[in-house]
Ligand binder design. Structure first.
Ligand code: SF4
Length: 387
């Protein structure tokens, strides 16, 4: 049987940086965008020979803002993938869109390029919050974008939201979530705001100008989200991801269940042939690489390494616990030849007693409250030494 593979394509361009964002993205001229796409096509084409035995189950074109590119660039990327790889007939093919750059004519060209899933970054349905986040679109522009996508025939749409924003209250968040769910998207991702170093928000926080919700308000926002999403028929299949039955994102699930993936473009990471690596984050280095030769790839790929046993165990727990399915103690034993309780007995006991983990039918899972506090809990699953 063909092995499965996922492909990720990074488009690092944005019209303007949002105030909270530390992703690898920046504004660039049309010429730079065009040159970058040519380089991407070369990387994609020259990687294909090592992927002959793999069936591609998903492609994710992310960023940055992929919808900023001319749609024919996206078409060229998809053509290069089709030409060099075995794209499964039912492959999930997603592109991230920003409501300020996703116009209806682009959706029709995305359809022609075989893209069957959109992920639209809305973040909030409140125009004041959107302005404060530094977003370039209003809620009304998002609506136009969403309706345009539906009219062009997209039947699988994710909407990205961020909560626990400065000055946000449970009331304003409820309004955002209720408004968004009225649109009946198939998938919703909800992230708590994290103030990342080096962003304008971090500067404001240092000056005491960022009024974030208290811990109590954050818990109330999280509980409401969880309960309301469930009431409206969405399953929480991962800490930040909710989907209608049958619409969980296959690409994300692949990451969390260790399906091999190859990332193309600036800063993209890969996990292939038991090795992990990340492409350079320097645009000039990426643009200078000649992918016709092995040296071109080695100049771009950084931190190529195989995971140690300790790292594999940690990753198994981090990725598995993120999913609502949790981790199987039998699978742990089969993979690592050690019982899970001999490695993590203390953590499993402690978080079960606190009501954050549950143990049923041989699987360890977060409880709903555990999912809300997952960052703090997961950090205790780092191992101090090899086991
Ligand atoms: S559009 Fe997305 S990637 Fe670009 S700056 Fe804003 S949050 Fe970051």
């Amino acid at each position: 049987m063909e092995q499965e593979l996922e492909l990720y394509v990074h488009i690092p361009f944005c019209a303007k940086k949002c105030n909270y964002c530390d992703f690898l993205s920046f504004p660039a001229s049309q010429k730079v965008q065009q040159d970058y796409v040519n380089q991407l096509l070369s990387e994609i084409g020259n990687t294909a020979s090592i992927c002959g035995d793999y069936g591609v189950r998903s492609v994710f074109i992310g960023g940055g803002t992929p919808s900023l590119l001319e749609p024919q660039h996206i078409r060229a990327v998809m053509d290069a993938i089709r030409q060099g790889y075995h794209l499964n007939r039912d492959a999930e093919i997603t592109i991230e869109c920003n409501p300020s750059s996703a116009m209806r004519h682009k959706f029709s060209l995305y359809q022609k390029a075989g893209i069957n899933r959109l992920s639209i970054g809305l973040q909030s349905a409140d125009n004041d919050e959107l302005r404060m986040l530094g977003r370039l679109h209003t809620f009304e522009e998002f609506l136009k974008c969403y309706q345009g996508a539906r009219m062009e025939g997209f039947r699988n749409i994710n909407i990205d939201l961020i909560n626990c924003l400065p000055m946000q209250t449970l009331k304003t968040w409820k309004k955002t979530l209720r408004t968004v769910l009225m649109l009946k998207p198939e998938h919703v991702s909800v992230y708590n705001l994290i103030v990342e170093e080096g962003t304008p928000f971090a500067g404001m926080q240092q000056e005491g100008l960022l009024m974030l919700p208290s811990e109590e308000e954050t818990l109330a926002i999280d509980s409401f989200t969880r309960e309301y999403m469930e009431k409206m028929g969405y399953q929480r299949y991962e800490i930040s991801n909710y989907a209608k039955p049958g619409y969980a994102c296959r690409h994300n699930i692949g990451y969390w269940t260790e399906v091999p993936y190859i990332g193309f473009g600036l800063g993209a990471s890969s996990f292939f042939d038991k090795l992990r690596w990340s492409n350079t984050r320097e645009l000039s280095d990426y643009m200078a690489a000649d992918f016709r030769w092995e040296e071109g790839f080695s100049a771009v790929r950084q931190e190529v390494h195989a995971l140690s046993r300790k790292e594999m165990i940690e990753e198994f727990m981090f990725l598995g616990l993120r999913m609502s399915e949790g981790v199987s103690e039998t699978e742990f034993l089969l993979r690592f030849q050690r019982r899970i309780d001999l490695v993590y007995g203390e953590q499993l006991r402690k978080f079960s007693e606190l009501g954050l983990l549950s143990h049923e039918e041989g699987r360890w899972r977060f409880t709903p409250r555990g999912m809300d506090l997952s960052n703090a809990v997961l950090s205790e699953f780092l191992l101090e030494e090899e086991v």
